[in-house]
Design a protein around this ligand. Structure first.
Ligand code: PLP
Length: 394
């Protein structure tokens, strides 16, 4: 890439579709365009095979069973199906849900929707690095608790939650455990059996697959989970989710996961090196910056930094060639500081100075070197002119 091209550092928002994935998808738009439910002819059978090949890869990635994978339009839909579907099925006799403050809006808003219908929702706090304490989960269990929903990796600050410990507690007490794995699926290894996960949401577009396809993993053995249908129709996906399957997207999702699995170790090592270089070089130039989240138990591609006295919006506007975001992509449009940064105890002023840089498969060392130079220069320039910063530094 040339000197003037933009540097994409927003991989936690979405990723480009890997060219290998796109190549794999194309035949399913052209010659192999059949409906996977048309079992009488070759077109349908080819489509069905592509769907089942993909389902097998996804199941194996999670150490789940093939029949436990339900295709949806993305993690948001999967989370809605999991929470509303489970509560709808079980009913009001078990009307207590436990979740935590730094979840994605897909979980928070769905829990709120249940709250409006009369369910009780416990919001667990997190520590200053964004971790949920498993003891808090244990302490908040009640006879009425139906579900614990805790994300695997946070989309804003990259914190990786103690999922195994929480899963163990849930299983011991016979409570369903939902994990939003949109940021970790394909990047970290996940074993639904070892981790005692009953429901898990993931999405293709965060791991170099196409947009508009996701899965919900639904445990079918000890316990076997049934969900109330959220979309009525032809009872596709074993009755969990109706609608004609988007075969090219499903094929692409499988291929994306196959590649992610194959390249995982090399890719994580590459990302870790670039991520740490970015953090260290910004810190070296501006020792007052604060890294949000944990340095150790963190996604290898996530950097989230507060630049005290610097307005993040201004910084982003001035760094036109670095594509990054303030807080999460979803809250970029509103002026409320990020709920995640608030939850880890950052004051409003600090939260408004936070920027997320997220790296990915196609990020090069040269891009990181250029980004470091641009970021450091721009921060210096803003500090020189900002009356807010002058006030802070006297
Ligand atoms: C992106 C994301 C989602 C939403 O996924 P979609 O597939 O875009 O609906 C949910 N949770 C987390 C943590 C995410 O990063």
């Amino acid at each position: 890439m040339g000197k003037n091209t933009s540097i994409y550092l927003d991989y936690n928002a979405t990723t480009p579709t890997d060219p290998r994935v796109l190549d794999y998808m194309l035949p399913y738009y052209k010659d192999k365009f059949g409906n996977a439910a048309s079992f009488h002819h070759k077109f349908g059978q080819e489509a069905k095979k592509a769907v089942e090949d993909s389902r097998k890869i996804l199941a194996s990635e999670l150490n789940g069973k093939i029949r436990e994978i339900v295709f949806t339009s993305g993690a948001t839909e999967s989370i809605n199906l999991a929470i509303k579907g489970l509560c709808g099925k079980i009913g009001r006799k078990k009307n207590h849900i436990i979740t935590q403050t730094t979840e994605h809006k897909a979980v928070l808003d769905t829990c709120n929707a249940m709250k409006n219908k009369g369910w009780e929702v416990t919001m667990l706090p997190v520590d200053p690095e964004g971790f949920v304490n498993p003891d808090d989960v244990l302490a908040s269990l009640k006879n009425e608790t139906i579900l614990v929903a805790i994300m695997h990796a946070n989309n804003e600050i990259g914190t990786v939650q103690p999922i195994t410990d929480i899963g163990h507690i849930c299983r011991e007490h016979g409570i369903y455990f939902l994990v939003d794995a949109a940021q970790s699926f394909g990047k970290l290894s996940i074993d639904v059996q070892k981790m005692n996960i009953d429901l898990l949401a993931a999405s293709a577009h965060k791991i170099y697959g196409p947009k508009g396809i996701g899965i919900l993993y639904v445990n079918q053995k000890n316990p076997r989970i049934s969900l109330q249908l959220q979309i009525d129709g032809g009872s596709h996906e074993r009755g969990f989710r109706s609608g004609t399957l988007p075969v090219p997207l499903i094929a692409g999702f499988g291929e994306a996961v196959r590649i992610a699995e194959e390249d995982r170790d090399v890719e994580n090592e590459h990302l870790l090196h670039l991520r740490d270089k970015l953090i260290d070089e910004i810190k070296a130039a501006h020792p007052d910056v604060e890294l949000n989240g944990s340095r150790k138990k963190r996604l290898t591609n996530n950097v989230n930094i507060c630049f005290p006295g610097v307005d993040a919006e201004t910084l982003i506007m001035k760094m036109k060639s670095v594509a990054c975001s303030t807080g999460s992509a979803c809250s970029s449009a509103n002026l409320e500081p990020s709920h995640v940064l608030k939850a880890i105890g950052q004051r409003n002023e600090m939260a408004h100075s936070a920027i997320r840089f997220s790296l990915g498969r196609f990020t090069t060392e040269d891009e990181i070197d250029r980004a470091i130079e641009i970021i450091n220069k721009t921060v210096t320039a803003i500090k020189k002119t900002s009356p807010r910063h002058k006030l802070l530094s006297v």
